[in-house]
Design a protein around this ligand. Sequence first.
Ligand code: NI
Length: 257
Amino acid sequence: MIFDTHCHLNSEELLPRLEEVLESAKKVGVEKYLVVGWNKESSLKAIELAHQYDFIYAAIGFHPTDIDGVSEEDYLDLMSKANDPKVVAIGEIGLDYHWVKDPVQREKQKEWFIKQIEFANKVKKPISIHNREAFEDCLKILKEHKPQFGGVMHCYSGSVESLKDVLDLGLYISLDGPLTFTNAKTPKEVCEVVPLDCLVVETDSPYLPPHPHRGTINEPKNIALIIDAVSEIKGMSKKHILDVLYKNSCALFNIKL
Ligand code: NI
């Protein structure tokens, strides 16, 4: 049993062939999905999919590169859906300094991140965190505005040294495609040392396809390659890895096993 804890079935790359995508993922054992929104429209789509399929769950929120021009009305309108039983997380939210260099914009990202963490605490949901090249600020915010209902560092790209800080906050680490890249040193080290009880996996599809599918549109079925890599790096049986990761994912999002 596999839980893809972060994918965008609500994207224009995957949505038009959803049935085929779900069918091929089912063949490798994918049984649950968290479909993650990045703006109002994609979040609403995630909720719609979650209502259409019992094995799909939704995360709603505003990604740090999608906050420009969002009105308070749109924000409140989307967040009013947070009590929907199929909305199991607020995300993806966070900081992205790779695409945003302007200090004013970065400040705005911080405000939005804090606002959404506090909202998640209010509605008692975990968060799905996007952090790109902003680890220090991201950590500072998380320490000052602690996610009280947990969360996950989606596509963890930090060092082994930073791992402790994240785990001390009670957050899960999520690994994905880069773990399988032939030149991936850090993700492999992270995978080796992270306690299995604090780990989940994801595809972030349609992005980040694992080796040997780099350069193609990623799909949830490719999560099998990530699980194989975890099993190999940790030197544990695939069955054990599958069991623990699935349990972790359900615990993270408060979903009954
Ligand atoms: Ni994503």
